[in-house]
Design a protein around this ligand. Structure first.
Ligand code: NAG
Ligand code: NAG
Ligand code: NAG
Length: 498
């Protein structure tokens, strides 16, 4: 990966293919692969030795620091607000100054899990997207003998569009341009960052090229920009607050988690399509919770933290958002089935208090509650089968395991599919959260194989991770510089006092 990064940012799709070829050798466990490659070993021997030496040094350093993870957590718990590190303008939880060592590896694993988990969940759900009747869903899957496995349902039965199985839904197709913009689009010339004006143009063009179904705010932003000549943020819909906002934040979290700039990036990306504070707020809530999970907390801790006001984040959540989150916690604690929030009691199609659609805050709440409950079920299940000791060990072997079909991620996504409605946007956030906490290995191999854009997305996500390093490197330099300056000031002051 270091190797790829040193080759500089990709400029276009040819570059992407080139990267992809390199990847064959470098993927999964780049260091081991590089060492084992018998055909090109000469090319790799030197980088391999260097990488091994770096890893050894990092390891020695980490063990000498003894509890690095505990330190990271302390840092993030943020008892001491905003002052440390180089946190600039509302940079999320940008306090992981030690990133670059083992912590950064873990953050990356979770970040990769989030993006790929979101995309695979979306493709897995697409076959039953926007079916608003639970009875109808039950009928469809039993007709096809798919009661055990509703994922990647065939034939795709969304009443609003016809895509081939394994394609992303229109929501997954909204996440993709964000990822593309930062990795192979204009953002790639600026260390894989997000900005409003550039992204709005890119998104409008992406929608213009899109041959699938465009939703309302997607179409209206495209027309406002291409025909009306309105730039960012005026091109965004002034009222729409539906789930399009939180779908877009997932690659942003992967890029910015623990580094400054997330809040600004969310604002830029959401306003390109939905130019109003409420839409931005829902995007932010999702981003801050997912960031927290990517940085190492559980989904439960992250949602609780946000519902308590997101201390230390520098963001003040709106009252509506806080109430929405507190409601989620309440239903999690009382064990309300998600179904009863989406649909009216006793009905399989009448709307309940959150509704099954992509309207917020219901869609956001439903994604969060769905993810929370999946871990809750897992721990109840494990506690009963193991007598509650060793919960973590059991959780990681049987559920975070190695791409099997019965991971906590797969169960969560399946349960969500069966709840119908909208469907894919809920699945994207829920899938991102579950795969962030459980790690990318929780995404079943068989699902990855069925997701059409999986491999190209995987390359883009890896590339996005390389841009993180440039951020980390710069940060470390800045920190270094700051320390240096502080030292210097200290010395001058001491000298002046004398
Ligand atoms: C936070 O940091 C400030 C200044 O660095 C210090 O005075 C304060 O006691 C710290 N607060 C906590 C809660 O650690
Ligand atoms: C739109 O399509 C054109 C022509 O194929 C292509 O050059 C361009 O990169 C596409 N833009 C986006 C944002 O996908
Ligand atoms: C998508 O389009 C459908 C039909 O026009 C509409 O009911 C739904 O609310 C739209 N969703 C979003 C997110 O705009």
């Amino acid at each position: 990966m270091r190797f790829l990064w040193s080759r500089g940012p990709a400029r276009d799709y040819h570059r992407l293919i080139e990267l992809k070829e390199h990847r064959q050798d470098l993927m999964v466990n780049p260091d081991v692969r590089k060492c084992n490659s018998s055909t090109a070993w000469k090319n790799y021997l030197i980088p391999c030795l260097v990488t091994s030496a770096v890893i050894l040094l990092l390891f020695l350093w980490a063990s000498s620091e003894h509890s690095i993870v505990a330190r990271l957590r302390l840092d993030m718990i943020g008892t001491n607000g905003s002052g440390q590190g180089v946190v600039t303008g509302g940079g999320g939880l940008g306090r992981t100054a030690q990133a670059g060592g083992l912590d950064e590896e873990r953050v990356r694993r979770r970040a990769v899990g989030a993006v790929l988990g979101a995309l695979v969940a979306d493709a897995a759900t697409m076959g039953l997207h926007w079916v608003y009747d639970l009875e109808k869903i039950r009928e469809l899957i039993s007709e096809q003998g798919r009661a055990e496995e509703p994922a990647f349902f065939q034939p795709p039965s969304c009443p609003y569009y016809e895509y081939e199985s394994g394609s992303l839904s229109p929501y997954g197709d909204e996440l993709l341009p964000v990822l593309q913009y930062m990795t192979v689009g204009p953002g790639s010339h600026r260390e894989g960052t997000m900005d409003g004006p550039g992204f709005a143009k890119f998104l409008a063009e992406y929608y213009f090229n899109y041959t699938g179904r465009l939703n309302k705010s997607s179409r209206s932003m495209m027309e406002a920009l291409l025909q009306g000549g309105h730039g960012w943020p005026e091109c965004g819909d002034p009222r729409d607050t539906q789930a399009n906002n939180f779908v877009k934040v997932i690659p942003l979290v992967a890029r910015y988690a623990g580094q400054p700039g997330l809040v600004k990036a969310v604002d830029a990306a959401v306003r390109a399509q939905q130019n109003n504070d409420e839409a931005v707020m829902y995007g932010l809530v999702a981003a801050m919770i997912l960031e927290r999970v990517v940085l190492g907390f559980s989904i439960t801790d992250a949602v609780q933290w946000a519902a308590d006001g997101a201390a230390g984040s520098g963001v003040s959540l709106s009252r509506t958002a806080l109430e929405a989150l507190q409601t989620v916690i309440r239903h999690r604690n009382s064990g309300t089935p998600l179904r009863d929030m989406l649909y009216a009691p006793g009905s399989s199609s009448k709307t309940g208090s959150w509704g099954p659609s992509c309207a917020n805050p219901g869609a956001l709440q439903a994604a969060l509650l769905g993810a929370l409950q999946e871990w809750q079920h897992l721990s109840i299940h494990l506690a009963s089968s193991l007598g509650s000791r060793d919960l973590n060990a059991a959780g990681s072997s049987s559920n975070n395991g190695e791409g099997g079909d019965d991971t906590v991620y797969a169960r969560g996504v399946r349960a969500n599919i069966l709840l119908g409605g909208d469907n894919c946007s809920r699945g994207i956030l829920l899938g991102a959260l579950l795969a962030a906490e459980a790690g990318p290995n929780a995404i079943p191999f068989s699902w990855r194989a069925q997701t059409r854009t999986y491999h190209s997305s995987e390359v883009l996500v890896e590339h996005l991770m390389e841009f993180r390093s440039s951020g980390v490197r710069r940060r470390n330099q800045l920190l270094h510089y700051r320390h240096h300056r502080l030292d210097h000031q200290h010395h001058s002051r001491a000298a002046a006092a004398r």
